[in-house]
Design a protein around this ligand. Structure first.
Ligand code: TYD
Length: 214
């Protein structure tokens, strides 16, 4: 699967309301100012089929069991890899994805308590050895992120409607992933100001760019 991949695959992660939008724009600006072509996409979604599956998964009225939720998200991911992510990386473009498989471990594994090993089996099946080159994880305490969510516009989706314990478990799982995979996953404290978060993200991206060229 990794054959002929020339671009880099970067993902951005965090609990709902952590403030990923600012992070995504800083990462893109830093990469582009280094003269590198990067596209942005998101999960679940990123393709026509994927966006339809996203709608199904996020609509509060839909009653998914946890297994159906995992499989639908991975169905969208398989399509995304095949149709967009891998062709772009093979063409030498960099790809920035707003959420990827760490979200599945955090939300379905941590939040819905699906066994991580079962998620791992599907990850292996869909992605083989394909993993992000770099992941920026925005970590905020749940009070901060919940209050940001309350102030944001639009009705809450099926995950945003979950209780505080669910979001605590999501956060805890993300932090466990960051501790286990500290080479790939860089934790950014989202309780800092937007400006401080941007500065940290820019520094991390410049370090990554230097390592890519070195
Ligand atoms: P999000 O990325 O926060 O989009 P928006 O900023 O438009 O609200 O919303 C996507 C939701 O999907 C988020 O609540 C987490 C959830 N999700 C999972 O539960 N598992 C996954 O594997 C992915 C990719 C997302």
């Amino acid at each position: 699967m990794n054959q002929h991949i020339k671009g880099k695959f970067i993902t951005v992660e965090g609990i709902d309301g952590a403030g990923k939008t600012v992070l995504v724009s800083t990462v893109v600006a830093t990469i582009r100012s280094a003269g590198i072509d990067i596209i942005t996409t998101r999960e679940p979604g990123g393709t026509s089929l994927g966006e339809q599956l996203r709608n199904l998964v996020l609509t509060p009225e839909n009653d998914f069991c946890a297994e159906a939720e995992v499989l639908t998200i991975f169905a969208a991911r398989a399509q995304h890899l095949e149709e967009l992510i891998l062709p772009q990386l093979r063409a030498g473009k960099w790809v920035l994805c707003d959420r990827f498989t760490d979200s599945t471990y955090a939300y379905q594994g941590g939040g819905r308590l699906v066994d991580h090993k079962r998620i791992g089996v599907i990850e292996e099946w869909v992605q083989r050895d394909f993993r992000p080159d770099l992941t920026l994880l925005l970590d905020a305490d749940t009070e901060t992120s919940q209050s940001r969510l309350l102030n944001s516009s639009g009705p809450p989706d099926r995950f945003e409607m979950e209780n505080i314990d669910f979001h605590e478990r999501v956060r805890e799982t993300y932090r466990e992933i960051a501790a286990k995979e500290s080479g790939r996953v860089k934790l950014i404290d989202a309780n800092k100001t937007e400006l401080e978060v941007s500065d940290l993200a820019r520094d991390l991206m410049n370090e990554f760019l230097a390592a890519c060229h070195g």
